[in-house]
Design a protein around this ligand. Sequence first.
Ligand code: SAH
Length: 214
Amino acid sequence: MLREIEQEVAYTRSMTGRQSLDDRVMAAMEAVPRHQFVPVGARAQAYYNGPLSIGHGQTISQPYIVALMTDLLETAADDVVLEVGTGSGYQAAVLSRLVRQVYSLEIVEALSERAADVLARLGYSNVECRAGDGYHGWPEHAPFDGILVTAATPVIPPPLVAQLKPGGRLVAPVGQPYSSQELTVLEKLAGGKTTVRDILAVVFVPLTGEVERR
Ligand code: SAH
């Protein structure tokens, strides 16, 4: 799986500007047992570089995309990070090896509970999961050093930008659902101003809830 990620990083380097990913990100990808986060019937495919169904119409993202998004977040060991879209809990587990604390929101309650169980069983004690609409972020634990949105959104939810620390980064697939989106990096500068940069065309399941009513 790591070799496939490296190949895809090389293949997309003209778009992403990345020759290789951070060694710490690759080490986290190597350490997290992906087969524990996929349905039992899909375990044989767990270490291929592809997305897999996790039920409730949702997917665990392709490992290359998990690695790339984690890399783009440019985390530090003391960071507190928010994830929107817990899904299987796999991305949260990868993040948890790189930062101090991960908070992860998932709108489908059954998925949130299952991910929390798997993460607890595997000893990822610095991840807290909650069922809820990630559009609103998690104000009690804000501000965050980094925010990762793992579902496609037509606009970056303003509450998430508000909950980002100055100097922090938010990574999200931005665009219409059921088409391809642009993996986008938003940076909040020291004065609070934001800059955005498009990295790569990607396809994610849609962010549901509040954003659909906007
Ligand atoms: N990060 C996940 C994959 C995410 S798939 C993993 O590592 O497995 C996208 C997830 O976002 C789905 O589980 C979907 O239910 C969830 N989602 C969609 N809209 C949401 C919202 N408004 N708030 C929180 N989660 C949401």
